[in-house]
Design a protein around this ligand. Sequence first.
Ligand code: GTP
Ligand code: SPV
Ligand code: MN
Length: 582
Amino acid sequence: MTIPKALNDWVRESEALCKPSRVVWCEGSDTEHAALVRDMVKSGVLLPLDSKTYPGCHLHRSDPSDVARTEHLTFICSEKKEDAGPTNNWMSPADARARVRPLFDGAMKGRTMYVVPYLMGPARSPFSKVGVEITDSPYVVASMRTMTRMGTIALEHLAGMGEFVKGLHSLGDLSPERRSICHFPREREIWSVGSGYGGNALLGKKCFALRIASVQARDEGWMAEHMLIVGIEDPKGNVTYVAAAFPSACGKTNLAMLVPPASQKGWKVWTVGDDIAWMRVGADGRLWAINPEAGFFGVLPYTSSKTNPNALATLKHNSIFTNAALTADGKPWWEGADDPAPSHATDWRGQPWTPSSGTVAAHPNSRFTAPAAQCPSISPKWEDPQGVPISAIVFGGRRSKLAPLVYQARDWAHGVFMGATMASETTAAATGAVGVTRRDPMAMLPFCGYHMGDYFAHWLRMGERAPKPPAIFHVNWFRKDDAGKFLWPGFGENLRVLRWIVDRAAGSGKSVESPIGHLPTRDALDVTALSVTPPTMDALLSVDRTAWQTELAEQSPFFDKLGDRLPQRLRDEHATLSKRLK
Ligand code: GTP
Ligand code: SPV
Ligand code: MN
């Protein structure tokens, strides 16, 4: 395969800067992967797991200071500060280069520099894009092989299009003081140093497929979103596709792999993607979505055969477990796993652990990396080059109070307002306090590569561009009672809510008007064999006007922060809602 000159030149430049002892071009083959794994086992980067119960699986322990995305060290390096907007950290491209270049200088001495060409999106899809990651982490190479279509296939695509996103990554010394994840939207380039963690280091994922791609999407008229994609099949065999944006660790993987409860006979859920959706307007006026990824990088804690049997089946082979605990018989373990807590284990830091240690055995953000093709519910359309047509978009977050179980926007602009005013309690997926309510519009706060006000304007424009846009909904699986107990059983039972969404998107499904949008009537949700009592159901579907007025007041400072780049249309929606609540 001939390597384009631009790629060759950039690899040479990076080599001169990072000074590795050798350069390896990755082709993505099984033999190459096996050799890489063998080296990692030898050096202790990977620990083999029990080959009977977890064939082809390994455990990886990351540096204890490097276990989640670090949003305060993540930068959008646009020419003008205003173009990054007030919700992103900004550095000028010149400052970023000057500050970060020295961290790359000689960073790969004595290490191997891997050149990893990868494709985001299905093979032969006109919507797929090529990236190349240069990294000194074999763990990153092995993970990229699962998460993307890596190697020769990417170079073949590159030959046809010429354009690729550059990602330079080095573990550096892993010190948080010398950690930076910089995005250069104009150059379509990423520089990441000092972290080996997923979203910071697997540059195809959040860095390219969301931060850089959101800019490409704005420029080219499509959408790059932090969304799962599922197909919901009714008993007659009709499949409706839904995309849903929930913030990190708020249930995308779970919803994407939902298993209907026994009472929901004939219903099936097909997984297309669990984290990222790239969407375009099709010739038929609908939005069509592809999953740019090829694997899952999923949360381990509380993933069990009860909550997510499909994830469990997926991760049983050929998977990497990052920061899980290790049992004496060589199995990974995490809080909320099927097996009870082992009496003795090695915790995620590699320390001896017992149930009385008073600490968690697995890190709260421990994760599995597994090929999507292994998922029992993987959709027959998941690699369709055209993607799947989206009938409904769902927003949601963790709100222990306020937000009802489900409600529907009156129209596209109202739906954009719903997404723009989303809020959620923070999780362990990023460093910082957990459980703090923050605004996280469209679940994109940490992932939008440009000004959030312009991003909202882009959403509004996309609604005008698509003659048949999806219906928009908001859900909340996380409402709690005063004792702090979840009111809604969630997980598989969420299908009952999805069914209403599917009905509404098709123009049926019973609803009542409320100030915040259309709510299901009390008899619209199928509650057959559901343990939720009628008063609880009432609570789940109630709209507390006083609480909503407080919410509305809390939305204002966020909107004000966006200044005159906030589309007037969203201010109007805010005013309309305020009137309706009076
Ligand atoms: P990222 O990979 O960080 O983007 O996360 P995600 O949005 O894919 O979240 P995931 O599905 O992994 O769920 C995160 C956590 O939320 C897990 O601990 C789940 O058990 C929990 N969770 C998911 N769905 C539900 C639900 O319906 N109800 C409740 N109570 N918890 C849920
Ligand atoms: C998230 O945090 O939303 C994830 C994990 O999906 S990471 O790849 O680290 O971003
Ligand atoms: Mn995510």
